[in-house]
Write a protein that binds this ligand. Structure first.
Ligand SMILES: [Zn+2]
Length: 505
């Protein structure tokens, strides 16, 4: 009998394999491949996340799926949230022949409607830039009579024309409901508090005693997010896969609204000092188009309504952020009470009293003019790495009475990173060298990621120790530190997987 039991456990009748294909050792290109071989019937292959690698773009063109597996072999895809490093490889997968379902929250689908198109435009622009460079070099070589090697033209990974093929594949998954998405596979989303529609993904794979539960955090927000409902506890999982962005850092514990009020009031005092040549100062807030912009606008509205800052004219000048805010207005139930009630009453929680969304070129152009009163301009990109915000910075960085408030993560190489960290006397914007006379402020208080203490507090809700906990979506230092923190606080078995590592669950 004993031997028989041993024999049975040594050769299980089902097999589950998980391949870590992205966000391993770094924070980009989330991609996990699962293969479920039931005791009888067909093997089910699916992807959890289809992220575009934004740090090492060449990876997006490599063979990312496991050996012998093609896009057309994938039965379905699950996407935790709309950020491109979790979703932006989908059009490439569809271009390669994937035709299965894409399970995600309806708000994520609405955000992806414009985010994927924008990603397609960026891919196209990048290829155009390379091709113009190649053409210039070849023309130069021809003119000088030198023989030049023919360099193949760059082809975009995908274009905006490829993106609409993805949309009919989407299937809605709402929070806190159990879905049977395939024979032997159940899926549940719970709130992650990261961006609108973001989900912690809990999957049960297999049937009966052999079923295994995998809980994947996607990206999880702060313990007390500014507007969205907070991260919901999960109580059971055999395996946990958790993000580790702040695995070695703790957020500053200060009041976000008071800090923003202080920065805006100081900026206002400077901006009132009218310069004869350039007029009043301007408060420029570069912010990520999705989530950060509506959060900042809501804070400005709240502070002005409470009389804690002056009632300043506020302009949103970003096509993407305007589209993002419109999606945020569609989902009152996903917010905490104050924002939800405003939306249900038909009020706009993202529109300060004197607010304009710039949808016409003349509205944007008016912002480049000298101002007769201090104003706030909110725009993208959040790191001032591109977008319309650059033209506003080109004008305002040189003004002593203007202020730039950065409200998000600044990646190395971006203009925002240099302004915040290097405090340069001059910078280059659109090819022009400009003196930096404006005041530069930085707030990390708007981070959309929980720090390691906040994630560990969430992990404490699991009633039993998972068999294994995998750490992903963090850089090397964050992953190793987070491993130590979890082992010490919870005594769990923690693994930091390598890219392309495969695990049998
Ligand atoms: Zn994210």
């Amino acid at each position: 009998m004993k031997r028989e039991r041993q024999k049975r456990s040594a050769s299980p009748s089902q097999r589950i394999k998980m391949h870590i294909l992205g966000s391993a050792g770094d924070v980009s290109g989330s991609l996990f491949y699962f293969e479920y071989s039931p005791p009888e019937g067909k093997v089910i292959r699916f992807l959890l996340e289809v992220g575009l690698h934004q740090e090492h773009e060449e990876i997006n063109r490599q063979k990312r799926l496991p050996k012998g597996v093609d896009a057309k072999d994938i039965n379905f895809v699950i996407i935790s949230h709309a950020h491109i490093d979790h979703s932006g490889w989908l059009p490439a997968l569809v271009k390669d022949g994937f035709r299965g379902s894409v399970y995600t929250h309806p708000a994520t689908k609405d955000l992806l409607d414009f985010l994927l198109l924008d990603s397609g435009r960026l891919q196209e622009n990048a290829a155009d830039r390379v091709n113009r460079f190649i053409a210039r070099r070849q023309k130069k070589a021809q003119a000088s009579g030198k023989k030049s090697r023919r360099i193949p033209m760059s082809v975009p990974l995908y274009t905006p024309e490829d993106v609409p093929l993805c949309f009919p594949l989407f299937k809605s998954i709402n929070y806190n409901q159990l879905y049977n998405i395939a024979d032997g596979i159940q899926l549940r989303f719970t709130e992650a508090g990261h961006i609108l529609g973001a989900a912690v993904v809990t999957l049960t794979i297999g049937k009966g005693d052999e079923a295994k539960t995998v809980c994947f955090t996607g990206n999880v927000g702060r313990a007390a997010p500014p507007m969205l409902k907070p991260l919901v506890p999960v109580k059971h999982a055999d395996y946990v896969i958790t993000e580790s962005t702040y695995g070695n850092k703790l957020h500053q514990k200060r009041d976000r609204l008071s800090t923003l009020a202080e920065y805006i009031n100081n900026a206002y005092a400077r901006a009132k000092q009218k310069d004869r040549a350039t007029g009043c100062g301007v408060i420029v807030i570069p912010a990520f188009a999705v989530d950060r912009v509506p959060t900042v606008l809501h804070d400005v509205q709240t502070l002005a309504a409470q009389g804690r800052i002056p009632n300043l004219a506020t302009f949103l000048d970003s096509r993407m952020a305007i589209a993002g805010a419109a999606v945020y207005r569609k989902y009152p139930a996903l917010f905490q009470d104050d924002v939800r009630q405003q939306l249900e009453k038909g009020l706009d929680p993202f529109a300060p009293a004197r607010y304009l969304e710039c949808v016409k070129p003349e509205q944007t152009n008016a912002l480049y003019e000298n101002q007769s009163e201090p104003i706030i301009i909110v725009g993208s990109s959040g790191m001032a790495a591109g977008g319309k915000i650059l033209r506003h910075l080109e004008k305002r960085l040189t003004q002593k009475n203007s202020t730039v408030i950065f409200v998000g993560y600044q990646g190395t190489g971006a203009l925002g990173y240099d302004l915040v960290n290097k405090k340069p006397k001059q910078v280059r914007v659109h090819g022009r060298v400009l003196p930096v006379r404006a005041t530069i402020e930085y707030m990390s208080d708007y981070s959309g990621h929980a720090d390691y203490e906040e994630i560990i507090d969430w992990l404490r809700h699991f009633e039993n120790k998972p068999r294994k906990t995998f750490l992903v979506h963090g850089d090397g230092g964050a992953l190793e530190a987070f491993k130590g923190h979890i082992e010490k606080a919870l005594g769990w078995s923690v693994v930091v997987p390598q890219r392309r590592q495969c695990f049998e669950l």
